[in-house]
Design a protein around this ligand. Structure first.
Ligand code: HEM
Length: 491
C-alpha cells in the first residue's frame, strides 16, 4: 500500500514537471535567425561585427535574439530600444560580458570590463570625485597646450611634405593622455622614456587590445567550464609582460614624485589604493587602471580626429566653412586656438558630432543583462550578452535624412548632443556605464582639430584613395592610415 502511494506521488510530480512549461505564460523572445549547433550565431558576426549585425537587424528587426556559443545574446539596433535598455533599465544592463582578459591581465580589477561590483562602484566614485572633475582637468590645461604646440610645430617643420595623419594625431593624443595619467611622454623630442621602453609599452598595449577584441572559447561557454580555454597560457604571458612594463612605470613614478608640480592620475590612484596590499608592492588597482585609461583614451580620440580630417578632405566645402568660422572667431593670428574658444565654434562642434554619427570609434556597446526584463514587449533573459549597435543607429534612415551623407549642417541649431541623453547619437555610450573620460576625450578631439584647421591648409595627395573603408580590428580606424599635404597658413 505504502509502495503504491509513493508511485502515485512520484507520477503526479513527474506529470507536473512535464506540463509545467506549458502552464507558465509564454515569454516572447525577440526574433532570431537560424543558428548552428554549438556555435549558435557566432559565424554571422564576420570580420566587421557592427556591419554584419546591422545587416541582421535590417532583416530581423530592432531587437534580435542570438546565441554566441552557449551564451545567450541580444542585439539592439534602434534608438528607442537603446533608450529602454540604457535608460529605463540602466541598472539591469550595467553588466559587462565575461572577458578572459579581465580575469588575467587586469586581475579582475578592470574598470572597463568589471561587472558592476564593489570594485567598479569604488572606482566610479573615485573617477567622478577625483580624476575627471572640472578642477582636475583644468590642472592639466598646460599639458594639453604644450602637446598642441608640439603638434603644430611638428607640422611647421614638415611643411609641404606628405604627412601621415594617423602617426601625427596618435602621438598628440598619446602624449596628452599619458602625461595626464602618469606624467610620461612617449613620442617626440622631449619624451621622458627611451625608445625601447616606448616600443615595449606600445607593443604590450596593442597586444592587449588585439586579444581583447578577439573571441575566446571561455567567453562562449558557461562559467564552470571556462577552464577549458586553451588561450589561458597566452593571456597569462601577456599579463606577465604587462606587469613588467607597469612595474617599471610605478617604480620610476615613485622616484620622481617630489619633482611633480601637479598630481597626475596615478598619484591619485595610489593615494586611494585601499585594495592593494598597502605595502606599495601590489597596487592592482593602479596597475590595471593606468593601462586601461591609456588604452581607452588614446586610440579613440586619435581615430576620431583622423576620420574628421578624412571627411573634410572628401568634402572641401565643409573644410572651407570650418576654417572660415575659425578665422572669424579666433582671428587671423598665429596664436593657438584655446579651449575657451570651443564654445563659440559651433560649426566645428557640428563636424565632430557628424563624424561620431558616421564613424563611432566603438561601434558596439557591450553590456550584459544582470536580471530578466522586458524591452519592446520582448522578454530579455538574465545573463544575456547585449550589443547596442551605435553604428547602425547612427545610419538609421528612419532617424536621419540621407544618412550616408556627411552633412554637419544637420546639427547646426540642433540641441542634440553626444553625452548620452540623445539616444540617436551615443558614441560614448549612455547610462551608468557611459564613458568615464567623455569630457576629456571631447576636449582632446575638439581642440586638436581646431588647431589643425586654424593653422594649416589641407589637401589630398595626388593618386591616393580617400574612401571611407574601415579597419576590422579594435577601434574602427580608416582602413589605410590617412596621408595629406599640410601647409601652414600664410599670415
Ligand atoms: C573620443 C573619445 C572616446 C570615445 C568615443 C569613448 C567611447 C567609450 C565607450 C563607447 C565606452 C563604453 C560605454 C558604454 O558601455 O556605455 C567607453 C567606456 C569607457 N571609457 Fe571611453 N571613450 C573615449 C575617450 C575616453 C577617454 C579619454 C578616457 C580616459 C582617459 C576613457 C575612459 C573610459 C572608461 C574608463 C570607460 C569604462 C566605463 C565603465 O565601464 O564604467 N574614454 N568609452
Amino acid at each position: 500500500m505504502e509502495f503504491l502511494v509513493y508511485v502515485l506521488l512520484g507520477s503526479v510530480f513527474l506529470f507536473y514537471l512535464l506540463v509545467r512549461p506549458f502552464l507558465q505564460p509564454r515569454k516572447l523572445l525577440p526574433p532570431s535567425p537560424r543558428g548552428l549547433p554549438l556555435i549558435g550565431h557566432l559565424h554571422l558576426l564576420g570580420r566587421q561585427p557592427h556591419i554584419s549585425l546591422q545587416e541582421l537587424s535590417n532583416k530581423f528587426g530592432d531587437i534580435v535574439c542570438l546565441r554566441l556559443g552557449l551564451v545567450p545574446a541580444i542585439l539592439i539596433s534602434s534608438s528607442a530600444a537603446a533608450r529602454e535598455a540604457l535608460k529605463t533599465h540602466d541598472q539591469t544592463f550595467s553588466g559587462r560580458p565575461y572577458f578572459l582578459l579581465g580575469d588575467y591581465v587586469y586581475s579582475s580589477k578592470s574598470m572597463v570590463l568589471s561587472p558592476p561590483n564593489e570594485h567598479w562602484r569604488r572606482m566610479k566614485k573615485l573617477f567622478n570625485a577625483e580624476l575627471f572633475t572640472a578642477n582636475r582637468l583644468a590642472s592639466f590645461l598646460e599639458v594639453r597646450r604644450e602637446e598642441l604646440a608640439s603638434m603644430v610645430s611638428f607640422l611647421i617643420d614638415n611643411q609641404s611634405r606628405v604627412v601621415n595623419v594617423r602617426e601625427l594625431v596618435r602621438s598628440y593624443t598619446f602624449n596628452t593622455i599619458t602625461r595626464i595619467v602618469m606624467s610620461k611622454r612617449f613620442f617626440g623630442e622631449k619624451n621622458t622614456v627611451n625608445e625601447e621602453e616606448a616600443m615595449e609599452f606600445m607593443e604590450v598595449m596593442e597586444e592587449i587590445i588585439k586579444f581583447g577584441f578577439a573571441f575566446h572559447i571561455s567567453e562562449l561557454v558557461p562559467a564552470w567550464v571556462r577552464w577549458i580555454d586553451w588561450k589561458i597560457p597566452a593571456v597569462k604571458r601577456i599579463a606577465a609582460r604587462e606587469n613588467i612594463v607597469i612595474q617599471k612605470i610605478l617604480d620610476e613614478h615613485r622616484k620622481t614624485k617630489s619633482s611633480r608640480g601637479t598630481k597626475d592620475f596615478l598619484d591619485i590612484l595610489l593615494e586611494n589604493d585601499t585594495e592593494g596590499d598597502g605595502g606599495g608592492n601590489d597596487l592592482d588597482n593602479a596597475r590595471g587602471t593606468i593601462m586601461e585609461l591609456v588604452g581607452a583614451g588614446t586610440y579613440t580620440t586619435a581615430c576620431v580626429i583622423e576620420w574628421v580630417i578624412l571627411e573634410l578632405l572628401r568634402n572641401p566645402d565643409v573644410l572651407e566653412k570650418a576654417q572660415h568660422e575659425l578665422e572669424s572667431i579666433v582671428g587671423q593670428t598665429n596664436r593657438l586656438v584655446e579651449e575657451s574658444d570651443i564654445e563659440h565654434l559651433t560649426y566645428l562642434q557640428a563636424i565632430v558630432k557628424e563624424t561620431f554619427r558616421l564613424h563611432p570609434p566603438a561601434p558596439l556597446l557591450l553590456r550584459m543583462s544582470t536580471q530578466e526584463c522586458v524591452i519592446s514587449n520582448y522578454h530579455i533573459p538574465k545573463g544575456a550578452n547585449t550589443f547596442v549597435n551605435v553604428y547602425a543607429i547612427g545610419r538609421d534612415p528612419g532617424l536621419w535624412e540621407n544618412p550616408m551623407e556627411f552633412s554637419p549642417e544637420r546639427f547646426v541649431g540642433s540641441s542634440m548632443d553626444v553625452r548620452g541623453q540623445d539616444f540617436e547619437l551615443i558614441p560614448f555610450g549612455a547610462g551608468r556605464r557611459t564613458c568615464a573620460g567623455l569630457t576629456l576625450g571631447l576636449k582632446v578631439v575638439q581642440i586638436g582639430l581646431a588647431n589643425l584647421l586654424h593653422g594649416f591648409d589641407w589637401s589630398c595627395v595626388a593618386g591616393r584613395d580617400y574612401d571611407v573603408a574601415e579597419s576590422s580590428v579594435s577601434v574602427i580606424w580608416p582602413k589605410k592610415p590617412l596621408e595629406a599635404m599640410v601647409t601652414p597658413k600664410s599670415r
